[in-house]
Design a protein around this ligand. Structure first.
Ligand code: NHR
Ligand code: GAR
Length: 214
């Protein structure tokens, strides 16, 4: 006998992702939490880091997610590091690679290999403040607003097609850390949202342009 609810129960498979981190992993935590409360239909196949002391590893272990450490200092070139990283990622067959506070610049070959399947969250309103120390630089520039950008990773550092941006105000008395905290709060909302759009098949990259399907 057919039940009227059977269609709505027939949920799509969770999107298999790997998350690359180098540090605290608070963005990783926000993804874990949204999967747990079922607002994000994804499965983290593995958390991969270049830093053996990344706190995010503990967050992954607590959530019973496999972890992998590939220490960049053990490799004599970026090419060799990226080759090992490629092997490691492909073992898990992810549909999406999520850079979440990952701090190693990736080679052109690596990025081109995964183009359209790898996203990054960057703590600035791109194209402003590419690279490192973005909060400091926004303050020094006297910017009135700051924020985050989520983009496809391309060979041009922090220059790939932008999927979503969220701004936050800069206050008179802001320090680097008060500003970073305000941005991070928004990151934790925005990143799971974008991954959910992927999971729903709403994002496409056509001729290097992001297409968002309503
Ligand atoms: N790789 C490519 N090719 N393209 C991008 O857009 C990338 C990328 C790798 C990482 C994240 C990025 C950020 O959001 C990212 C985007 C690290 C550095 C950096 O200078 C710059 C930008 C980003 C990440 N890393 C130093 C390096 O020599 C190391 C710094 C450190 O270990 O603290 O790789 O900001
Ligand atoms: C986040 O603010 C992220 O945007 C930024 O580092 C922080 C990582 O925090 N990323 C970069 O600067 C990439 N170069 P988290 O480890 O707590 O998620």
């Amino acid at each position: 006998m057919r039940h009227p609810v059977s269609l709505s129960q027939n949920k799509a498979q969770p999107l298999p992702i790997v998350v690359l981190i180098s540090g605290s992993g608070s963005n990783l935590q926000s993804i874990i939490d949204r999967i747990a409360d079922k607002t994000l239909n994804a499965k983290i196949c593995a958390v991969i880091t270049n830093k053996s002391d990344a706190y995010g590893l503990e967050r992954a272990q607590k959530a019973a997610i496999p972890t992998e450490v590939i220490d960049h200092k053990q490799y004599d070139s970026r090419e060799n590091f990226d080759a090992e990283l490629t092997l490691c990622i492909e073992k898990y067959q992810p549909k999406l690679i999520v850079l979440a506070g990952f701090m190693r610049i990736l080679t052109d070959d690596f990025v081109n290999h995964f183009y359209g399947k790898m996203i990054n969250i960057h703590p600035s309103l791109l194209p402003k403040h590419r690279g490192l120390h973005t909060h400091q630089r926004a303050l020094e520039a006297g910017d009135k607003e700051h924020g985050l950008s989520i983009h496809y990773v391309s060979a041009e550092l922090d220059g790939g097609p932008i999927i979503l941006q969220q701004s936050v105000p800069i206050h008179e008395n802001d320090s680097k850390s008060s500003l970073a905290q305000r941005v991070l709060e928004q990151e934790h909302i925005a990143y799971p949202q974008v991954i959910q759009w992927f999971s729903q098949g709403r994002l496409q990259l056509i001729n290097n342009q992001v297409i968002f399907n309503q």
